[in-house]
Design a protein around this ligand. Structure first.
Ligand code: FES
Length: 504
């Protein structure tokens, strides 16, 4: 079968299309961002009778939500031991409870609405093949015991991952995220909500009401705004640019000679690998991911998708490689998401971000916390996820490391230049070079046409770098990404890269 360069979830294009906003409108709550957080929040609000408008700058679910591996689990890598050392036992327990409740809420919504979305209970398993990580996993299991998490230690697995030790979290789940979200979108409309696509929010004005301004000069007047864009498009004075860092990961779906033995796996050794399955149209697909790297720090000698293919061929009996895609995620200073009111000055603006790749349950936690805040209801998790929190340890250390990296990229990026000359660029690739003292990026398309761009990121001025796997210009500072012709794809940047004239 021919390889498809899009996520398996987009097969069949099941999400309906919505119009662009072409006038000024009024509502009670505007939700900006049509991924799983925005859709779930709009769904919960609409069900409570709140008048809600949901907008997305592209098509619903086309950003990170559409590029997930869709594991619904409270097992978020090795995290509980770390949370117990940095925070209190109660806070670590609250994190687990909030994520487990999120799984239950998703299951309830699926049952209540009889949604056919391939929902299946599965155990979640972390594994390692090295001694250093074995110790870390043993400590993680001690944390499971202390927090009463239903788990088990394993020394053998039914899949052929090289491994010495593993730990299981029982009764987690997986699903088809777009089939699930389509049903929520139908319910939003059914309950009087409005949805607009290709409608990019640009700014929020704060007067008697909130006014969400769009790039096309239209306004949505409302009482409260939920920012559910993966990186908040509006930062206020919350400084998310200094408090999160972006990373990319890659995923594929293939068929195997072996029947899938069940379970959802995460190999914690570098490079990490993730595995689950999906039965679709009578075919059993293995969804396999990993090869993470910081955004904008793509290593040209690694070729992440090729590495995944080699691993799958060697260990997982790959037969047919069918879909491949990639995703972007953000991590906060203390690894807990930021969910809640932006700050004291802007309490009518609410935000959810920084899920550290675990968006399925975190989005439900966020949707419930934000809905309860909007409805003035109590919620036990508001303090845990409050976006304005600051822990001296680990926030300070991570703050310094994140911002040292940004400063380094700001300076070194300007000095960087490829060894190759523009003439040597192969079709479908790019280099950076100097032209009259200015750093420019040159992409050669498959017809041999050259596209020259100013490689200064339009967000805060870092230098973008070329990602040859995805044919994009990626910014290492806060994760803005641009297509090979400079069009903004994702991240905090709102403007395209500037085109420049290339003089041979
Ligand atoms: Fe912030 Fe590029 S400078 S994303």
């Amino acid at each position: 079968m021919k390889q498809k360069h899009f996520p398996i979830w987009q097969e069949g294009d099941i999400m309906p299309a919505f119009p662009q906003l072409k006038e000024n409108i009024k509502t009670e709550v505007t939700v900006v961002g049509g991924g799983i957080t925005g859709i779930t929040t709009a769904y919960l609000l609409a069900k409570k009778g709140v008048k809600v408008v949901l907008i997305d700058r592209g098509k619903l679910t086309n950003a990170t939500t559409g590029h997930t591996t869709a594991k619904i689990t409270a097992q978020h890598g090795i995290i509980y031991h770390e949370f117990m050392s940095h925070f209190s036992h109660e806070e670590a327990a609250l994190y687990y409870e909030s994520q487990s409740e999120a799984l239950k809420s998703i299951r309830n919504i699926i049952q209540e609405n009889q949604i056919e979305c391939h929902f299946e209970e599965q155990d979640a398993i972390l594994l390692t093949n090295n001694d250093k990580n074995r110790r870390k996993l043993e400590q993680e299991f001690e944390a499971y015991t202390a927090l009463n998490i239903d788990g088990e230690e394993l020394t053998q697995l039914p899949v052929a991952f090289p491994m010495k030790y593993a730990i299981k979290m029982k009764n987690q789940a997986q699903f088809h995220p777009i089939s699930y979200l389509k049903s929520l979108v139908d319910e939003i409309i059914e309950n009087g909500g409005e949805i607009y696509e290709n409608t990019s929010a640009y700014d929020i004005e704060n007067a008697d009401h909130r006014i969400v301004r769009t790039k096309d000069q239209h306004s949505i007047i409302c009482d409260q705004v939920v920012i559910a864009t993966q990186f908040p498009f509006f930062e206020g004075e919350a400084f998310y640019s200094a408090r999160m860092y972006p990373s990319r990961s890659y995923a594929v779906a293939f068929t195997s000679k072996n029947p899938y033995p069940g379970g959802m796996y995460l190999d914690v050794d570098e490079p990490v690998h993730s595995l689950r399955t999906l039965k679709l149209d009578g075919e059993e697909y293995w969804i396999f991911g990993g090869q993470n790297h910081k955004t904008g720090q793509y290593k040209h000698d690694v070729a992440p998708l090729q590495k995944l293919k080699e691993f799958a061929s060697k260990h997982l009996k790959l037969t047919d490689w069918q879909y491949e895609w990639s995703a972007q995620d953000y991590t906060t200073l203390d690894k807990l998401p930021y969910i809640g009111r932006l700050n004291k000055n802007r309490p009518e603006i609410l935000v959810a971000t920084g899920y550290r790749k675990w968006g399925m349950t975190n989005s439900m936690v966020a949707a419930k916390v934000l809905t309860d805040l909007i409805l003035n209801k109590e919620n036990p998790y508001i303090d845990l996820y409050r976006p304005t929190r600051f822990h001296a340890d680990p926030d300070l250390k991570q703050f310094i490391s994140t911002n040292t990296n940004v400063a380094k990229e700001l300076v070194s990026g300007k000095l960087m230049q490829d060894k190759h000359t523009p003439k040597e660029i192969p079709a479908g690739s790019a280099i950076k070079t100097k032209q009259h003292g200015q750093t420019i990026g040159i992409y050669k398309d498959h017809e041999g046409k050259v596209h020259a761009l100013d490689t200064t990121c339009t967000h805060l001025g870092c230098e973008v770098t070329w990602n040859d796997e995805e044919k994009t210009w990626d910014c290492p500072c806060h994760g803005s990404r641009f297509a090979c012709d400079g069009k903004v794809i994702e991240g905090p940047a709102l403007e395209d890269l500037k085109k420049v004239e290339y003089r041979k």
